[in-house]
Design a protein around this ligand. Structure first.
Ligand code: HEM
Length: 218
């Protein structure tokens, strides 16, 4: 690949990680967080999303294709880049390696999660938000699955927050060491808050009462 093509691919990869993939991640965790207020709140949030015109087209062009590009070019970066953490044991080198490891974990998690939730919906000719809530609660009622999902959520949120730190550096927003230090703390706090949102939703679906409400209300 020529240097210029490589540069443009890197820029596109970086941008798509934030817009739209990063935005989608935040929106998705926010929608799921409604589960903490009970099944009806989650169903209402999903029905609102399903009411958006041309949703399948938006999903393909603004989520699926950008995510695939970011993921597969990301894999190319992972297996091509030199991970020199053993030579330079600094905090940023560890973050550099963790960015790559969490990228791969996130990819495995997304494929599994999309298969279990979104692809299964395609087999149902008339899916309802209530069925989606019921199926999600049933998937997450298994504690091992819930723990694996928790690892997936933490990995994805870490990847996004640490990625935002490097995105702000590479797009020239946080230039000096002081700005980068402040940014480190901002994204550590963001990591804790966003993880809390994601894990709370998992705990809500894992709650046996959530599942039994779903079963009786279907
Ligand atoms: C919800 C899913 C994902 C989100 C929100 C996301 C977000 C981001 C963000 C914001 C960045 C920083 C871009 C920059 O440094 O300028 C990034 C970097 C990166 N992502 Fe992702 N990403 C996701 C999934 C993936 C997947 C599945 C892979 C596959 C391996 C991956 C691999 C990478 C790699 C290797 C980098 C570092 C690029 C570099 O240092 O130049 N990401 N990601």
């Amino acid at each position: 690949m020529s240097n210029q093509t490589d540069f443009l691919n890197r820029r596109l990869h970086s941008l798509l990680g934030v817009i739209p993939v990063g935005f989608f991640l935040l929106e998705h965790l926010y929608t799921n967080y409604h589960a903490t207020q009970g099944k009806e709140a989650f169903v209402e949030a999903v029905n609102f999303l399903w009411g958006i015109p041309l949703l399948p087209v938006l999903e393909i062009f603004f989520i699926f294709i950008p995510l695939m590009y970011h993921a597969f070019y990301g894999l190319y970066i992972v297996f091509r880049a030199r991970n020199n953490v053993s030579q330079f044991g600094t905090f940023r080198n560890y973050m550099f390696v963790l960015q790559r490891i969490t990228g791969v974990i996130t990819l495995v998690f997304i494929i599994w999660h999309v298969w279990q939730t979104r692809v299964q919906l395609l087999f149902d000719p008339t899916p309802t938000a209530n069925e989606l809530a019921m199926d999600t609660a049933s998937i997450l009622s298994n504690d091992i699955t819930a723990i694996l999902y928790a690892i997936g959520v933490i990995s994805t949120v870490f990847h996004f927050c640490n990625g935002m730190w490097s995105f702000l550096v590479s797009w020239g927003v946080t230039v000096g060491p002081r700005a980068q230090l402040v940014s480190t703390w901002v994204w550590i706090v963001a990591f804790v808050i966003i993880s809390y949102f994601g894990l709370s939703a998992l705990a809500a679906f894992n709650d046996p009462n959530f599942a039994s409400n779903v079963a009786t209300l279907q």
